[in-house]
Each structure stands twice: as C-alpha cells, then as structure tokens.
Design a protein around this ligand. Structure first.
Ligand SMILES: [Zn+2]
Length: 91
C-alpha cells in the first residue's frame, strides 16, 4: 500500500479508505466525541466533504439542540488514525 500523507482526505469516503479519524468538540457544552466515519458514510454518503465548513452544515450537538443552546459551535479534529481502531495481529 502506498504511503499517504495525513489529513489530505477531503471526503468521508476517502477518510474511511485511509482509516483516518475525526473527533468533535462542542464548544458550548464541552462534550467530546469520536465520530464513527463508517456510520457517517452510511448516513451522508462517501462523497460528503469533510472540511470544517462542510461538516458544520450536516452535524450538530444533539444535547445542545435538545437544550435550546447553540448546537453548531463545533470544533473538528482530524486524527492520523481512528483512535478506537487498533491494529490487532491475526491469531
Ligand atoms: Zn453541545
């Protein structure tokens, strides 16, 4: 497999293929979550762009929306690898 430079995946499909991760911080309620890229691809499609200004249009903080607070005060962080996806050797 060719080496990839990190953080160049501009769509969810590319991120899924590259195995890179994305997390989100809600600056209103300080909630932090690791986004499930595979689930987002299912919901939004692989061609959904994943730059900040793209994601802010499709994602919001459910807790803040339920509470009537600013629900798009989000900060996204790219990760070289999905934090919860660990490489495990074959048995
Ligand atoms: Zn929130």
């Amino acid at each position: 497999m060719a080496m990839r430079f990190p953080f160049t995946e501009d769509t969810l499909g590319k991120k899924l293929e590259a195995g890179t991760g994305l997390s989100v911080d809600c600056l209103t309620c300080r909630r932090h979550a690791i986004l499930d890229i595979a689930e987002l691809v299912k919901r939004l499609g692989p061609d959904q762009r994943c730059m900040h200004h793209d994601l802010i249009n499709v994602l919001f903080c459910h807790e803040c929306r339920a509470a009537g607070r600013d629900d798009r005060n989000l900060h996204f962080t790219n990760h070289a690898k999905t934090p919860d996806r660990r490489w495990t050797p074959c048995p």
